[in-house]
Ligand binder design. Structure first.
Ligand SMILES: Nc1ncnc2c1ncn2[C@@H]1O[C@H](COP(=O)(O)OP(=O)(O)OP(=O)(O)O)[C@@H](O)[C@H]1O
Length: 486
């Protein structure tokens, strides 16, 4: 890159090295972002994406290397980055749960002060939410803790794009659509394109390669703490991107879904009020819960999980595992090791006379570390030392390692890289073939299309049941919006 371009750059990171103990999280990374660029950043779980974001954002000082904003190397740190217009939407959302949306807006925008700040903060956040997500019904006087994970993500995005004193110049979005359904994700990406067209810059991190390809002008691929490729987005396809990330491109598993008519229904839940369709599942089936986000899918999973009296799940009261989607809220035990987070679901099978058999626990951890490719030098490390996607793999392993014959999954693939996802899909199918039933809420259409039976939700009720070959994107979308399967 020429010296003039470097001087114009919103940010330019050179030779960045960051180590966490024995782990080289960044091993000499160069990354420059120019005004009006939408840079897509992809890589496997643990490749170093969030770490380079933290360096650019000023939250982490590198052990080696330099960082310049607008061509000038400064002292670094969060204040310098912010003064240079760098803003970040974090993968682990960072709003204060006990404050209202308006108060959170004030926390992030120090310029909202003095008499009447609440009114100004309300008008700022209301108009930004409506600009980015037209038609949303978020109540800005609500406490953040009351919001769904999708609403929290929307609020954090709106706060980040809002301008009080100085406008953002570079917005970093670390997996911003991971909790948004397809409609909300498209609204956000359309906003990103408008922001970039008006001269702003965006660094977009996502494991959904379609949105990287449709939104980025340039794509940077990271692998094992290094940048391995940086090229204009037009030169990539999904296939070549996956290869650049070092994953094997697999055939899509579509087409394996079919009704297991040989097996009886093991779950049979009558229709809810306002719906004609009940919920049924045969043993060995993968059941998809589809529809726009927040339309009752998670409530259904929780109702099944709490059905300890066995009304709908006769004989399964104690044999249900749950994979949380909101890992920080109800998934990980943040003070525990990776191994303890994994083995907690299997303790009855690992212990005798109330003592845990340590070698068996260790073997369980080693097995799932290898099967899920959990990237860590030591399973005794704290769970929070793992990258976000690797934490999610541990939650998956926790459920699959149990003997539960029904596994409930609440959009659990958020943040998992494409190579691992393919491995997990194959594990799900082989476990289903051995008789396990999976009930899987997913916001990704590709995943819904892997299922054997799909229930589409709208306004809290099931509005369509699709089986086998009838499971197609257009039918799911038609039912999500109008209640009819096309
Ligand atoms: N606080 C920490 N302590 C120890 N190791 C860490 C810490 N933060 C990150 N790491 C390690 O640094 C490496 C890079 O992690 P990073 O979070 O940057 O990956 P990522 O590419 O963002 O992954 P993902 O797609 O899963 O979010 C990983 O091996 C991770 O385990």
């Amino acid at each position: 890159m020429s010296i003039e371009a470097e001087q114009q750059a919103v940010v330019s990171a050179r030779g960045i090295r960051v180590e966490f103990g024995a782990v080289k999280a960044l091993d000499g990374v160069d990354l420059t972002i120019l005004p009006g660029e939408a840079v897509g950043l992809v890589g496997h779980n643990g490749a170093g994406k969030s770490t380079i974001v933290n360096v650019i954002n000023g939250g982490l000082l590198p052990h080696q290397g330099t960082i310049a904003y607008g061509g000038e190397e400064g002292a670094g740190g969060v204040a310098t980055a912010r003064a240079n217009g760098v803003r970040c939407v974090f993968q682990e959302l960072s709003l204060c749960p006990n404050l209202t949306i308006v108060e959170n807006t004030r926390v992030m925008h120090a310029g909202l002060k003095g008499f009447g700040w609440r009114k100004r903060a309300l008008s700022l956040i209301r108009s930004k939410l409506d600009e980015i997500f037209p038609g949303n019904h978020i109540d800005c006087s609500a406490t953040v803790g009351e919001l769904s994970i999708a609403e929290r993500q929307m609020v954090e995005i709106a706060i980040t794009f809002a301008a009080v004193t100085e406008a953002p110049r570079l917005v970093i979005l670390d997996e911003p659509t991971s909790s948004l359904d397809a409609g909300l994700a498209e609204q956000l990406l359309a906003h990103v394109r408008r922001f970039v067209a008006s001269g702003g810059s965006v660094l977009l991190i996502s494991h959904i390669l379609g949105e990287i390809l449709s939104t980025s002008s340039r794509i940077v691929v990271m692998k094992d703490g290094r940048v391995v490729t940086s090229r204009p987005a037009g030169g990539f396809s999904v296939h070549s991107l996956v290869e650049a990330m070092g994953s094997v491109v697999k055939e899509r598993m579509r087409g394996v879904g079919k009704e297991r008519q040989d097996a009886p229904f093991t779950i049979d839940r009558p229709p809810e009020e306002g719906s004609q369709i009940g919920f049924r599942a045969r043993s060995g089936e993968i059941i998809g819960l589809a529809g726009l986000g927040g339309h009752g899918q998670t409530d259904m999973l929780l109702a099944l999980f709490r059905d300890r009296s066995g009304n709908w799940l006769p004989g399964h009261g104690d044999a249900i595992a749950f994979v949380a989607g909101d890992r920080a809220l109800n998934g990980t035990f943040p003070l525990w090791s990776i191994l303890k987070n994994l083995s907690i679901g299997s303790l009855p099978h690992l212990s005798r006379l109330a003592a845990i058999n340590a070698p068996r626990e260790w073997a369980l951890g080693a097995d799932w570390k290898q099967r899920m490719e959990i990237r860590t030098p030591d399973m005794n490390n704290p769970i929070l030392s793992l990258s976000g996607g690797n934490q999610q793999k541990v939650l998956f392993a926790r459920a699959l390692a149990t003997k539960a014959d029904i596994v409930l999954m609440d959009d659990p693939m958020r943040g998992v890289d494409i190579g691992t996802k393919q491995e997990v899909y194959a594990i799900l199918r082989s476990e289903a073939d051995r008789g396990r039933t999976f009930i899987w809420y997913s916001t990704e259409m590709d995943e819904i299309c892997l299922c054997d039976r799909v229930y589409v939700f709208r306004d809290g009720a099931i509005v369509a049941e699709l089986v086998g070959d009838a499971i197609e994107e257009k039918s799911v979308l038609a039912a999500s919006f109008s209640g009819d399967a096309a």
